[in-house]
Design a protein around this ligand. Structure first.
Ligand SMILES: CC(C)(COP(=O)(O)OP(=O)(O)OC[C@H]1O[C@@H](n2cnc3c(N)ncnc32)[C@H](O)[C@@H]1OP(=O)(O)O)[C@@H](O)C(=O)NCCC(=O)NCCS
Length: 212
């Protein structure tokens, strides 16, 4: 059965998930946004109003889709997910038809797998995580909640990625390593050693980086 959904957010990431939902033949009621987008549509989907409008639809009638993107900081995306979970809502899992997800992989609630992404056997992906366009997660990885694997990220086999981490566009994480909770792997980095929690690493090979 196709779900009836509301998309939270009307920006770029919302547009990409909306397209996937349409290809999954989901019934999309509309999208919400904190900015007033009265009269706007996202790929033909109407604006409903602020996030408060969601409460007009009982949790047993609709599922939600998190349309907020995250670049290195998962806070807003995580806060929305947790707030609506506490209110009893469920988040739909979005898998683009051109993604390849092993039947031996597990996806948590609200995981979003975009076009061209590949998730191999034995990998477990935590709730509210984005596996973005062309990102790959090889076999036996453990990925936490609210993680963003940005477009083109390559995560080799047996890697563990902590909650709220960001693996940047085009970055590569070598096999068996761990990326700590809340850490950021810069775009294009090649990670050859495990990254402790809360660190930012950039470059080839990746090294710890801090601003200023
Ligand atoms: C590493 C990162 C988090 C740093 O962000 P930031 O704090 O805003 O840093 P800035 O853009 O101000 O750049 C600061 C310096 O780091 C350099 N830098 C930024 N990102 C870099 C990267 N990925 N690799 C190497 N150097 C980088 C910049 O060139 C700049 O150098 P300069 O001071 O000599 O000019 C960020 O650049 C990054 O890679 N984010 C991931 C982006 C991504 O995955 N996008 C996907 C969206 S879907």
């Amino acid at each position: 059965m196709t779900p009836t959904v509301i998309v939270i957010g009307g920006g770029g990431h919302a547009k990409v998930v909306t397209e996937s939902l349409k290809l999954q033949l989901a019934d999309i009621i509309g999208f919400t946004d904190i900015k007033n987008k009265q009269g706007d549509t996202v790929l033909g989907v109407p604006y409903l109003g602020s996030d408060e409008q969601i409460y007009r639809y009982p949790p047993d009638r609709v599922m939600l889709v998190n349309g907020l993107g995250s670049v290195a900081d998962a806070t807003n995306r995580r806060t929305l997910f947790e707030m609506f979970k506490r209110a009893g809502y469920r988040f739909a899992t979005v898998v683009h038809p051109a993604a390849v997800v092993s039947p031996h992989a597990e996806l948590g609630e609200g995981v979003q797998v975009m076009a061209g992404a590949v998730i191999q056997a034995g990998t477990v992906v935590g709730p509210n995580t984005i596996v973005n366009t062309n990102a790959t997660l090889d076999h036996d990885c453990r990925v936490g909640a609210h993680v963003h694997l940005a477009p083109g990220a390559t995560v080799c086999g047996g890697v563990s990625v902590g909650d709220c981490a960001h693996v940047g566009a085009g970055a590569t994480v070598l096999q068996g390593l761990s990326i700590g909770t809340g850490s950021v792997v810069g775009a294009g980095a090649v990670v050859t050693r495990s990254v402790p929690p809360g660190k930012v690493v950039v470059g080839v090979p990746a090294r710890e980086w801090s601003k200023g």
